[in-house]
Design a binder for this molecule. Structure first.
Ligand code: ADP
Length: 325
């Protein structure tokens, strides 16, 4: 598998406000040779949380240890990770909300006092010993901040919420990634791919990976350094993936058609809609729904999801389905 990893804030496209703020903290920590503040990244999978953690470590020339909430499922496992850290290390915990409560609680003193309180023995005979930890930075990432205990959330000095990307930003990412993977793609074609990327760089990169395979398969001149994506090959690729002029994929269309046919345009709850459209509720909520809402095709109401006027218009244009009375 081929990867794309921006190494500096300058190479990271989008999330301008976050980048500006991080850049200030990185400079000041560098100047004072200090410990980077504990940082919390909130946002859907694939928006760049791990990438930003890597960039912070890279720019500060600090070691980064990457782990995740589901791996740290026992207090002993977490204690081992923490005691193995060295001064200045950055510990990145992805899906931090999935750590069990006792593990989250251990992080309180680890973050605040750089200490680990270990209880030895049980009941009245039990006593607590305090182990000092090296000064480190914790970077936590989650899509569900509410599932983190409030005292844990409060101990992060910096909290950033990553937004879904604009199509123009994804277009620039696509052009850049393509180039580093040996593909030359015109901006307007990249924009079409961006529209199908749901505002998420990981989705955009997946599409570029597939496009690259497709172009390699259809190209006669394999020895060129940079393979140009012709309009014809690109159109064939979109056809193969069944991405339409609106940038909608078969999954998007399934969501809209299910909402129309099975739930009369809504309102319907997320789980019922996702499962009927054969999509996991998790993926529906983090990938498909936000994009369909941004495009104005569905809307969120108190009683559930509904098709909008524009949603009906799309179904009429695409499948000749009548408007709801
Ligand atoms: P997360 O940790 O939020 O799930 P990642 O940091 O793993 O997301 O990003 C997913 C992929 O998208 C990675 O390959 C990463 O290099 C790429 N990526 C994410 N954000 C950007 C960006 N702003 N510019 C370029 N590539 C990005």
């Amino acid at each position: 598998m081929i990867y794309f990893r921006p190494h500096s804030l300058d190479e990271f496209i989008g999330q301008k406000r976050i980048k500006d703020e991080l850049s200030v903290y990185i400079s000041s920590v560098k100047k004072r040779n200090d410990i980077f503040p504990h940082t919390f990244f909130i946002g859907a999978p694939g928006l760049g949380k791990t990438t930003l953690a890597r960039i912070i470590a890279y720019e500060l020339k600090r070691d980064l240890k990457i782990t995740s909430g589901p791996v740290l499922d026992k207090t002993g496992t977490l204690a081992a990770v923490l005691t193995n850290l060295k001064e200045g290390n950055i510990l990145f915990i992805d899906e931090i909300h999935r750590m069990p409560k006792p593990c989250q609680e251990i992080l309180y003193t680890a973050m605040e006092d750089f200490a680990l309180d270990i209880v030895i023995g049980k009941g009245n005979a039990g006593k607590t010993i305090r182990l000092n930890l090296p000064k480190f930075t914790l970077i936590g990432a989650t899509n569900k901040p509410n599932l983190c205990l409030a005292p844990l959330r409060d101990r992060f000095q910096l909290i950033f919420k990553l937004n879904y990307y604009k199509d123009e930003e994804l277009r620039d990412i696509i052009v850049k990634v393509s180039k580093s993977w040996g593909l030359e793609i015109e901006k307007d074609l990249a924009f079409k791919l961006a529209k199908a990327s749901k505002g998420i760089p990981r989705q955009a990169l997946n599409l570029v990976r597939r496009l690259r395979e497709f172009v390699l398969l259809n190209s006669k001149t394999k020895d060129q350094k940079l393979l140009k994506v012709s309009s014809q090959v690109f159109e064939d690729f979109l056809k193969l993936l069944d991405i339409d002029e609106w940038g909608l994929t078969p999954e998007d269309r399934r969501c809209l058609l299910t909402l129309y046919k099975e739930f009369k345009g809504g309102p319907v709850g997320v789980t019922a809609l996702a499962l009927s459209a054969d999509i996991t509720p998790e993926e529906f909520e983090t990938i498909y729904e936000p994009a369909l809402i941004r495009m104005g095709l569905i809307a969120r109401t108190k009683r559930g999801r509904i098709l909008t006027q524009k949603g009906y218009l799309y179904l009429k244009e695409k499948f000749n389905l009548p408007y709801k009375e």
